[in-house]
Ligand binder design. Structure first.
Ligand code: GLU
Length: 417
């Protein structure tokens, strides 16, 4: 079976040919500049040692320092990290921020580590990759199952190693330690800006447009909450354990669902407010069922490869907002196009996160702190301008939004190269 990296660069190479890019340049574009694999060892609370496979792929820095998250997940592997690093380079170029693309990861289930073990692992990751990092070299950030706390340990470890406080070496830090206002909500916020523009283009208004959201972590929850406030009707939500679907045309308030999740440890317990639970109007569903719900919009905010040849024909949504990197298997993009589904691709839809990371990096370098209103105003402009550029390219080349985004990104990167 072809791996995700091969599929992704095949798709990108096709887009590159549409803008008549030279073959040699395509070859350079799809080749990572540096791939680093390490074994990271930490001491467990029990006294023993444990070894983990850790990675950092620096794909392309033609437009600026390498930038991209670090994920802690059991499925992390080099093929995946290479793919995500490539997508980071494209993403930064699509939204025009002067940064390159990288990605890192550790293969593990972070839920099996204690708080102290997680800290030791985060610090060990930095020691393993320190020679390749730095504010003007490579600036990591959170990704799946990593968070501001982890970034704070990492920035601290880096500062210790170089002997001076270097906040700009990591982004996505807590507000008290050089983080930016708006960073936590940035990916969801950026996603809503893109979705609203797309809905406008289709001649619709958010009010009453139905939505199902897969993934109820930082990104999915943020998006769902903003969408609910904007008037979209949330009819399905799920996390890695399963999901819930509203019955009888009801709307779900993501904030209340989150409160339930915190109280009961699972999203599909019931729809509760404090001790009052309403189990009548909501039904438990599986993640697979959520993807096939009759909703106008499907939001992918979990992991990659969720829409595949196996389920693409059962997807009923008219718009897919791909907040998860690689949420759609590249080989089914053509089928979605034929079926008239508008896919708002990851490299555009989820670029809000890295854009505010870039703002954080700039604030750290200049020792500034911008108010949230300034952060979101700048973010909105970047996201809507990028949407319009991708949309115009799509119309010009009769392409899909993904092909158009790839064309915009590839053009900028190869010009810099
Ligand atoms: N992990 C996020 C992404 O995939 C953010 C990366 C960053 O902020 O550098 O876009």
């Amino acid at each position: 079976m072809t791996g995700i990296f091969q599929k992704t660069i095949k798709q990108a190479s096709q887009a590159a040919r549409l803008i008549n890019l030279d073959k040699k340049l395509i070859k350079r574009l799809i080749t990572p500049q540096r791939v680093v694999s390490k074994k990271v060892i930490i001491k467990l609370d029990s006294g023993g040692n444990k070894t983990f496979s850790a990675y950092r792929v620096q794909f392309n820095n033609a437009r600026g320092p390498y930038k991209g998250g670090i994920r802690f997940h059991p499925q992390v592997n080099l093929d995946e990290i290479k793919t995500l690093a490539f997508l980071m380079a494209i993403k930064c170029a699509v939204v025009g921020i002067p940064m390159g693309g990288a990605k890192g990861g550790v293969q593990l289930n972070p839920k099996e580590l204690s708080f102290n073990e997680l800290e030791r692992l985060s610090r060990a990751w930095v020691r393993a990759f320190k020679n390749y990092l730095g504010p003007h070299q490579d600036v990591p950030a959170p990704d799946v199952y990593t968070n501001p706390q982890i970034m704070s340990w990492m920035a601290d470890e880096y500062s210790r190693l170089v002997g001076k406080k270097t906040l700009a070496a990591f982004t996505g830090k807590p507000l008290t330690e050089g983080g930016s206002e708006g960073r936590e909500l940035a990916t969801g916020q950026g996603g809503i800006y893109i979705l609203n523009e797309a809905v406008k283009k289709l001649g619709l208004k958010p009010k009453g447009v139905t939505m199902a959201v897969q993934g109820f972590g930082n990104v999915g929850y943020g998006l769902a909450q903003l969408a609910y406030q904007a008037g979209y009707k949330i009819i399905g939500l799920s996390d890695s354990q399963g999901g819930i679907m509203a019955l009888n045309g009801k709307n779900m308030d993501p904030l209340k669902v989150m409160e339930t999740k915190k109280e009961h440890g699972q999203i599909h317990a019931c729809y509760c407010l404090g001790t009052v639970c309403d189990c009548v109007n909501y039904k438990k569903i599986t993640n697979d069922e959520l993807l096939k719900l009759k909703a106008d919009i499907l939001v992918l905010a979990a992991l990659e490869n969720q829409i595949t040849g196996g389920n693409v024909n059962q997807v009923k949504a008219k718009i897919i907002l791909e907040l998860a990197n690689g949420g759609i298997d590249p080989v089914v993009d053509g089928i979605l196009k034929k079926r008239g589904v508008l896919v708002l691709p990851d490299v555009l839809a989820n670029a809000g996160g890295v854009t505010v990371s870039y703002f954080e990096w700039r604030q750290n370098l200049k020792n500034e702190h911008w108010p949230e209103s300034a952060v979101f105003a700048k973010l909105k402009k970047i996201m809507t301008d990028s949407f319009n550029e991708v949309w115009q390219t799509m119309e010009k080349y009769q392409a899909t939004p993904r092909q158009a985004a790839l064309m915009v990104g590839i053009k900028r990167i190869t010009e810099a190269m």
